[in-house]
Design a protein around this ligand. Structure first.
Ligand code: MG
Length: 247
């Protein structure tokens, strides 16, 4: 069942999304060569708690940290550790904060120091995929329009769209219906309606769409190529999509 939020529910949900966005922004500011991913996680965790919210990911499915931090060929679900970031690493942070009975969810990929031209292009195109997908999330459009927007843009650069993991509805729960794939056929799938709140999150690999999953849950590109990930929580309104996780 896809839940449609009333405007009161949407305004109740806004705070969780705003704290999620600020937490992501903070993570981005901390990313540089020489810093451990555990340190970034610690600061993000403390920030979320300081806002009176809870880190949504902590304990979710047994996840041991406040945010996922995935480096280079890690796609998603990277676990913060004593790994020290090096110049040129690309670092995907995925974080959500829960408050007032709602959660937000957002992600972005940042460069530590100076990333390669290849890495910067992958990051730029993945972020463009996100904004093209949001633009497609108009009431009356279909779910397939969102996926098509991501897929067509990523593949025009020869990049691979991850298919084994997808975006999702979000609100009272981190993962709600519907699933929001990053691939699709225009005009297909359920109709997008005002009141839907979706986490749209293209995960794009430099090469190939295949991934492999480690025992600890971390997802890597099967090819060993870099991967990038950008995500916003949005609300579909009668006037069009609204980004709730805007910092
Ligand atoms: Mg998500």
């Amino acid at each position: 069942m896809v839940s449609l939020k009333t405007s009161k529910e949407l305004s109740d949900m806004k705070l969780s999304c705003q704290i999620s966005a600020q937490a992501l922004k903070l993570a981005g500011e901390l990313i540089r060569p020489g810093v451990s991913t555990a340190h970034i996680n610690k600061m993000v965790h403390e920030f979320i708690v300081s806002q009176g919210a809870k880190p949504t990911f902590l304990g979710y499915g047994g996840f041991p940290a406040a945010c996922c931090i995935s480096v280079n060929d890690e796609v998603i679900h990277g676990i913060p550790s004593d790994r020290i970031l090096r110049d040129g690493d690309i670092v995907s942070v995925d974080v959500g904060a829960a408050i007032n009975g709602y959660t937000g969810d957002n992600a972005a990929t940042f460069a530590a120091g100076t990333a390669s031209e290849e890495a910067l292009t992958l990051m730029r195109v993945t972020e463009e995929c996100l904004y093209k997908a949001i633009e497609a999330a108009q009431p009356g459009n279909r779910l397939g329009d969102i996926g098509y927007a991501v897929q067509s843009h990523a593949e025009s650069f020869g990049f691979g769209v991850v298919r084994d993991f997808v975006g999702h509805g979000v609100g009272k729960q981190l993962h709600e219906a519907p699933e929001v794939p990053n691939y699709g056929t225009p005009g297909r799938g359920i109709r997008l309606m005002p009141g839907m709140t979706l986490a749209i999150e293209p995960m794009i690999n430099g090469k190939g769409s295949a991934v492999r999953v480690l025992k600890n849950g971390t997802v890597l590109t099967a090819s060993g190529s870099l991967s990038a990930h950008f995500e916003h929580t949005i609300a579909i309104t009668a006037d069009g999509p609204v980004i709730l996780t805007k910092a």
